[in-house]
Design a protein around this ligand. Structure first.
Ligand code: NAP
Length: 327
């Protein structure tokens, strides 16, 4: 096997540097993965900027990225039942490279026939949205409101909720032009915030009861507007803070409705939290991915040699869905 590999290194400037570095070796409990394609995430740019020494950053170098898809290239000691050649996908640090090592418990099987260029756009969204639904105690027949539903992860949330039997899926977006997209993914109602009042619109389509579960990707005022749109004993899970982390809420909405509010950030979860979610994801959701019931929306795909164009697209904020880099 080759001793060196191409990888994207942060901490050298305003963008990642494509460099040749040593292929890592799997420690006990780890597998080595030959990565074919990676998807970018919202968190990649803040990490890159925080390390940029030309703009006050730390200058600490790191191999960037989280999401990957490829196949097992080597198996360390005590690394489960993985075999060399197994098609896999996952989310693990240092993924923007031709090879990465990962804790074997964090690796998901890549369904037969699912191309790496597509599969790599799924793992973070699958973990986050399924994890958030589990956190909220989701069961078949529950209604779900997804704010910022046209985010890459929100669009997977809509499809998972549909696959797992949600009784009603309500999606929000700021862009009327995304209404059809969200409907095609499984939303029963699309609320265009700005045109409609979020709370009133949700109450009107739920017989004034509100929804059982909210997956909130927006925070800010949107988070506050979700509370009176949530049914008695309902659960509100904050996932993203696209509109900023501060929110002024009416505590009456929490108390009189007996609501439970959760915050999740799976990048910072402990193994004992993440591993059971991945096991349940494997059993309950990965088969639907294999059948094509859950698929990522991909904005654009670039060869890693065309990195500057990919970074421009990422920084533009105009992407709808995932940006994929092939290795
Ligand atoms: N908790 C976790 O473990 C976890 C994991 C992954 C991501 N996240 C977070 O989840 C969020 C979504 O991530 P992503 O990568 O899927 O996003 P993304 O694909 O980059 O989402 C882009 C879309 O977000 C919407 N948006 C942007 N700014 C907004 C604002 N101020 N208010 C309302 N909507 C806004 C826009 O859609 P419209 O035109 O439809 O409004 C935009 O097209 C981010 O905050 C990210 O940090 C959390």
């Amino acid at each position: 096997m080759t001793k060196t590999m191409r990888a994207l290194i942060g901490g050298r400037g305003p963008t990642w540097a494509l460099d040749e570095i040593l292929v890592p070796e799997p420690a006990p409990g780890q597998v080595l993965i030959r990565n074919r394609a990676s998807a970018t995430n919202n968190a990649d740019l803040p990490m890159l900027d925080a390390a940029d020494p030309t703009n006050g950053g730390t200058g600490e170098e790191f191999t960037a990225g989280y999401e990957y898809a490829g196949e097992i290239a080597a198996v360390g000691e005590d690394a489960g039942g993985w075999q060399v050649g197994d098609p896999v996908m996952g989310t693990f640090p240092s993924a923007f490279a031709e090879y990465l090592v990962a804790d074997h418990r964090f690796v998901l099987p890549r369904p037969d026939g699912l191309a790496a260029e597509v599969a790599c756009a799924l793992p973070t969204a699958l973990l986050t949205e399924f994890g958030a639904l589990r956190t909220a105690g989701f069961e078949r027949g529950r209604s779900v409101l997804i704010t910022g539903a046209s985010t890459s992860i929100g669009m997977i949330g809509v499809q998972i909720a549909k696959t797992l039997g949600a009784s009603q899926i309500i999606a929000t977006t700021r862009s009327a032009g995304k209404r059809e997209l969200l409907t095609s993914l499984g939303a029963d109602t699309v609320i265009v915030t700005g045109d409609e009042d979020l709370t009133d619109a949700v109450l009107s389509v739920t017989g004034d009861n509100g929804v059982d579960i909210v997956l909130d990707h927006v925070a800010g005022d949107t988070f506050a507007q979700c509370l009176p749109a949530t049914a008695v004993d309902g659960h509100v899970v904050n996932i993203g803070r696209l509109a900023g982390p501060a929110s002024t809420i009416d505590i009456d909405d929490l108390s009189y409705r007996h609501l439970t509010v959760h915050g999740v950030s799976f990048g910072f979860s402990r193994d004992w939290e993440t591993v059971p979610i991945l096991e349940a994801l494997h059993a309950d959701v990965v088969p639907a991915v294999g059948h094509g019931d859950i698929a990522p929306v991909i904005d654009s795909t670039f060869d890693v040699a065309d990195l500057p164009q990919a970074v421009d697209r990422l920084r533009s904020g105009k992407a709808v869905g995932k940006i994929v880099l092939t290795f």
